[in-house]
Design a protein around this ligand. Structure first.
Ligand SMILES: CC(=O)[C@@H](O)[C@H](O)COP(=O)(O)O
Ligand SMILES: NCC(=O)COP(=O)(O)O
Length: 253
């Protein structure tokens, strides 16, 4: 497997800028512009931009993708549902990476990982076409062996482990669950790396919970959005990203 050509030497931080667009869309105008957020991510040394073009277009919109790609050289990680419509968009835009995520229209956020096992036949042609277009395919899955095995069978070079349950366990103050979630994610990162798949992680990561995930030695990239955009309201986006970066570096030693 070819390692990611962007900053392979350190734990990468991909900043998900979806929720800049959520605020913009609340008023129907063009402020705040996710493109400006992408430029700040680039200026502050972020390693990539993550944007989820949801089927219902509740935040990022089609036209944002091109604008983001034109505005910065940072690699774009396009999160997308496993549909023909999204595949066509990905093939048109050719982002650096495409992360296939589950989508349920009524959900508030991405509530769990992709069922890469059950969706094998749907995913094969999508993964193959993305591959052929030179787009790095990632699957946003739960950290378990069945899903990792499905990712291997699909030939995905990357998986992103959903850290939502881990984040919830911390909010619930349930230390046993926190420990078991962390072990699950950590074990699956090791197994992914052993099998030549690059493990990423993300969802619900914050200043308070990022370090144990960042400390997992095989994790190559974290994608963090909602919390950073929320913090940006109080501190500005640049200091929020810098602090996240520092916490990640500190955890990595
Ligand atoms: C897949 C995923 O985890 C991200 O897309 C992120 O959570 C973005 O925000 P929403 O899930 O709120 O759309
Ligand atoms: N894939 C996870 C992601 O992009 C960011 O998730 P969140 O930090 O917005 O929960």
């Amino acid at each position: 497997m070819t390692p990611d050509k962007f900053r392979p030497d350190r734990l990468r931080l991909g900043v998900n800028i979806d929720h800049v667009a959520t605020i913009r869309n609340a008023r129907g105008g063009d402020h705040p512009d996710p493109v400006r957020a992408a430029q700040i991510v680039a200026a502050v040394g972020g390693d990539g931009i993550t944007a989820h073009l949801r089927e219902d277009r509740r935040h990022i919109r089609d036209e944002d993708l091109q604008r983001i790609q034109d505005a910065t050289d940072l690699p774009l990680n396009l999160e997308m549902a496993a549909t023909q419509e999204m595949l066509d968009i990905a093939l048109r835009h050719k982002p650096h990476a495409a992360c296939i995520v589950p989508e349920k229209r009524e959900e508030r956020t991405t509530e769990g990982g992709l069922d890469a096992t059950g969706l094998h036949n749907t995913l094969v042609p999508i993964v193959d076409q993305l591959h052929e277009a030179g787009i790095r395919v990632s699957l946003f899955i739960e950290a378990n062996e069945a899903q990792l095995d499905a990712a291997l069978r699909l030939g995905a070079p990357v998986v992103e482990f959903h850290t939502g349950e881990y984040a919830h366990a911390i909010l619930d103050g349930d230390s046993e669950r926190v420990a078991s979630e962390l072990k699950r994610i950590s074990d699956m990162c090791a197994l992914a790396a052993k099998n030549g798949i690059e493990p990423h992680a993300g969802h619900g990561l914050t200043f308070d919970n990022v370090q144990p995930i960042a400390a997992i030695p095989q994790v190559a990239e974290l994608n963090i959005g909602h919390y950073l955009i929320g913090e940006a309201i109080f501190s500005g986006l640049e200091p929020a990203i810098r602090r996240m970066r520092d916490l990640m570096d500190e955890a990595r030693g």
